[in-house]
Design a protein around this ligand. Sequence first.
Ligand code: GLU
Length: 461
Amino acid sequence: MTQIRTRFAPSPTGFIHLGNIRSALYPWAFARATGGDFILRIEDTDLERSNQASVDVIIEGMAWLGLDHDEGPFYQMQRMDRYKEVLAQLQAAGQVYPCYMSVAELDALREHQMAHKEKPRYDGTWRPEPGKSLPPVPEGVQPVLRFKNPQGGVVAWDDKVKGRIEISNDELDDLVIARPDGTPTYNFCVVVDDIDMAITHVIRGDDHVNNTPRQINIFKALGKEPPVYAHLPTVLNEQGDKMSKRSGAKAVTQYRDEGYLPDAMVNYLARLGWSHGDDEIFSRAQFLEWFNLDHLGRSAAQFDEAKLRWVNAQHLKAMADDALAPLVQTQLAKRRITTDERLPALCGLLKDRCDTTVALADWVMAFYGDVSPTAQDLAQYITPAVAPALTILREKLTVCTWSKEAISGAIKEVLAVTGLKMPQLAMPVRVLVMGTPQTPSLDAVLALCTREKVLQRLLAP
Ligand code: GLU
């Protein structure tokens, strides 16, 4: 069997968002699931709109999500000589021809066609045919080169998402494949790349469906078999519009900064247009084990941030504390907080109540930074009735062993001496030590806080 080779071919013309990166996830997964190769190609021929910052976000975002590539990144702008070489071959084979039609003539043609309710298309004026005489070549005009699209018949392919698609060749006019200055145009570069990179499966957004019949015809003119195509339906934003930077989509890397986990993102994005039964939560390994092109969804998927947070929370809970700690450390470093060996245990204690590593870092802050209980909580919980109990607790915590068990023992002794119920003591202690009445089990919380901090905070009122 031939080696499967897929690619992701983004245009670096804006910060890559989740809708775009899904077009990287599926070809990556297909390559990984089949032992194939995944190639990264940067389509940077739009010189006005392409920029390095966008390339950086693509590469950073993919690295963060663990979508590693086997070859590339290849940059189309560095392959111009190669495109020109193939163009010359096509020209020598009589598959392209110069067209001298001016912009004004093309405009007039389009207007005429629209006035007659025809689809605007190039009319083949300069297409050489046996026995046809071409107009005189105008002086001083650099021609474009047009591809001689086959006449008659259909271009067809079995799309892995959309099923069989057939387009009549008569619907397709002769595409410009080189500009007057000789630079090749988009559809041509894509085909040369897909041939040179031996791509077997093109998995991309369905905004490219209209390019596919043209690309297939160029493949054939070059004597090559076209790859298998899978055109993915659009990703809609929460308002139901096509996801785009203009309508507020975030750069992929922003999710990293907001505390999402790469595996959770992969899980969420995978489900945005592909399914494995009713499975909602799965690991990267399971995804790769299950992924194939037969279960890609046919209809547009809608992004849902609340669902993404939920998926993230499930992954966070399932993650080993030792693996979580460095991610939380990264968030804390941004706040100039240094941590210590307690961090994995803190992650274990707190992860159930958090949906991002940022939320987890917020909690952990109480153990390394300062806390500031609200005036309302202080007024509600730190009453004169509880003051003696707090004093006794403080005395016991000054001398006891600093372990969860010993701390639990100290608390129970205070309850026994004062006759208070657990919440009557625990809530005030939580407010003073953690800044909030809602925390995990008090003995576990105190044990992970340093004795020094606990004693100092119990004095606070
Ligand atoms: N550069 C194109 C885009 O970013 C993708 C082209 C392709 O996958 O064939 O939409």
